[in-house]
Design a protein around this ligand. Structure first.
Ligand SMILES: [Cu+2]
Length: 209
């Protein structure tokens, strides 16, 4: 019973083929980019990662993904970073939190996600300057894990400015924005790595124990 439960849990979290559809893998702890705003209308951003503590992007050779998620086929990718609110952000009607692409390493792409487990609902639209998209992206206030990807190994960074704007992204006076940098490292995956396979390993180990 324990073994079956373990296998099902891992497959649900990491499995790429469910109901004939195939979705990108989700692994690793969530790395939240916490956004807060004090009574002084100053935005603060906080993230635990750094240039020496990077989020890893992995490639799953041979996997292809359904629908719009195919933008991640054959790339190194990760959805570990997620935008979240740290406390209550007090905005009036017509005021929205925007993320603006300031700079990023050439070759780093970002596609719109959402809650990590809701990956079948994500748009996978190119955002934040990727593929000629707008440099501004509206954050709706809920947890959003966008998908980052690159076609080559190596380190990538992206710096964003978080500000308060109107519905079209025009910055509003009276607020102070905050910059935040995300750090990535596209690393070689262990040969034959498949997270479905890892689920099997976990089950096999439990069976032997
Ligand atoms: Cu999250």
């Amino acid at each position: 019973m324990n073994t079956i439960m373990t296998t099902l849990t891992v497959a649900l979290v990491c499995g790429s083929a469910i109901g004939g559809m195939s979705w990108p893998n989700v692994w690793g702890a969530m790395e939240h980019i916490e956004i807060s705003m004090g009574a002084d209308n100053v935005i603060h951003t906080h993230v635990m990662t750094s240039a020496s503590n990077r989020v890893e992007m992995n490639r799953f050779v041979g996997e292809t993904y359904s629908g719009a998620a195919a933008v991640l086929d054959d790339s190194y990718y990760s959805s570990q970073y997620g935008w979240v609110a740290d406390g209550f952000i007090n905005l009036d009607a017509g005021e929205f939190v925007w993320v603006e692409h300031v700079s990023s390493t050439a070759g780093l792409n970002v596609y719109e996600g959402g809650m990590r487990m809701m990956r079948s609902m994500h748009t996978y639209d190119a955002i934040l300057g990727t593929d000629g998209s707008s440099d501004q992206w509206m954050w709706g206030g809920t947890m959003v894990h966008n998908w980052y990807s690159a076609d080559t190994l190596g380190e990538f960074d992206a710096t964003y400015r978080v500000y308060v704007g109107d519905a079209s992204g025009i910055e509003l006076a009276g607020f102070t924005s905050s910059d935040v940098t995300l750090n990535f490292n596209a690393v070689p995956s262990p040969a034959g790595l498949s997270l479905i396979g890892l689920g099997g390993l976990v089950a096999a180990r439990r069976r032997r124990a």
